[in-house]
Design a binder for this molecule. Structure first.
Ligand code: CTP
Length: 323
């Protein structure tokens, strides 16, 4: 049960075990976990009676979402403001994630997810990049966490909010992403959704590259970036038990993806057509093929969240079998 907002009066009734109206009666009768989001005037919040009531409730295992500090409706300033709806939602989600960590289908599983594009700098103000939004990878990290996995998400530059209950490591370049991924080893499952830049400029100018007198554009020499997925697959004893790659293709998707799975050495490969007319790269939906040693499955077009949930379900099936 979430009590939101929890007034000083209701908190006092909870602490005293009163059951004089529907809310306090339900709170006394329930055997469900209870979370409270107190909201009141700052002096009411700091009053010894409220302090004592909060201590009693905490002692009984009530989860307390501390109020924010700031300007109050009554014109005063201090602690006692109700946190934002988003912060309350995240606290509730985090509560359920903590429970799933103990008993969910992916409890005990350590997962690594890469997501987003990488930025490869040319000079202090310019970089090479791609159109990846990171949405599919973030949704997968969230879906794994919701089923109880301990998730590290290594993300290139995106505008998405951190998924709740996921360890988010931000980076910019492919080389940084590689370093963070290797630091996150060992893990049970690695899912590489990131659109890692295949090449980077050979040198990064320390100052902004200026136009020259003859206005000739500068030559751009590229060098290959590390292939993070292939490296994970090639790890000896430290290889994750299940490595899932993604294939972004714009033509002959299945054939390219099957060749890519063999070339990189991953167990499963999720292939999608990222041609501009599909609206997949940067969009909310995805249409994928799952390629495994058993063959090719074509999933219908669905939201990236639904793809993530379905894939997390498949990972849970694998985890059940290997555990
Ligand atoms: N990948 C990676 N490191 C790279 C390039 C790709 O880890 N330097 C991973 C991606 O995260 C994805 C898979 O490899 O899981 C395939 O990425 P994709 O861009 O489709 O393939 P490439 O290897 O770049 O091959 P190509 O560009 O020739 O299609």
């Amino acid at each position: 049960m979430l009590v939101c907002p929890a007034s000083a009066n209701l908190l006092a009734r909870m602490a005293g075990g009163l059951a004089e109206d529907l809310a306090s009666t339900l709170l006394l009768a329930t055997d469900a976990p209870v979370m409270v989001a107190p909201a009141m005037n700052v002096r009411m919040w700091e009053h010894p009676a409220t302090r004592q009531n909060m201590a009693v409730l905490a002692e009984r295992g009530v989860e307390i979402l501390p109020p924010d500090t700031g300007a109050m409706a009554c014109g005063e300033f201090g602690a006692g403001r109700l946190p934002s709806p988003a912060a309350i939602r995240d606290a509730v989600l985090a509560f359920f994630l903590r429970r799933e960590r103990k008993s969910g289908p992916l409890a005990g599983l350590r997962a690594l997810v890469t997501a987003g594009p990488t930025h490869e700098p040319l000079d202090p103000v310019r970089y090479l990049a791609n159109r990846s939004s990171g949405r599919q990878g973030y949704a997968i990290a969230q879906a794994l966490a919701e089923q109880g996995a301990d998730v590290t998400l290594v993300s290139g530059p995106v505008t998405l909010a951190a998924p709740v209950g996921v360890r988010l490591v931000r980076c910019e370049t492919a080389q940084e992403m590689q370093a963070h991924v290797m630091q996150a080893m060992p893990c049970d499952v690695a899912i590489c959704t990131a659109a890692v830049a295949d090449w980077r400029p050979e040198t990064e100018a320390s100052q902004k590259i200026k136009k020259t007198g003859d206005m000739r554009p500068p030559a751009l020499t590229l060098v290959p970036n590390p292939d993070i997925l292939a490296q994970l697959c090639a790890l000896g004893t430290g290889r994750p038990g299940l490595v899932i790659g993604f294939a972004a293709e714009t033509e002959t998707v299945q054939a390219h993806a099957q060749a890519k799975r063999a070339r990189k050495g991953c167990d499963w490969l999720v292939a999608n057509d990222v041609s501009p007319q599909t609206g997949i790269m940067g969009g909310d939906e995805n249409e994928i093929m799952l390629i495994t040693a058993d063959g090719v499955e074509t999933w219908p077009r669905m939201s990236k969240h639904d793809v993530a949930k379905k894939l997390a379900g498949r990972v849970a099936g694998w985890w059940r079998d290997v555990r």
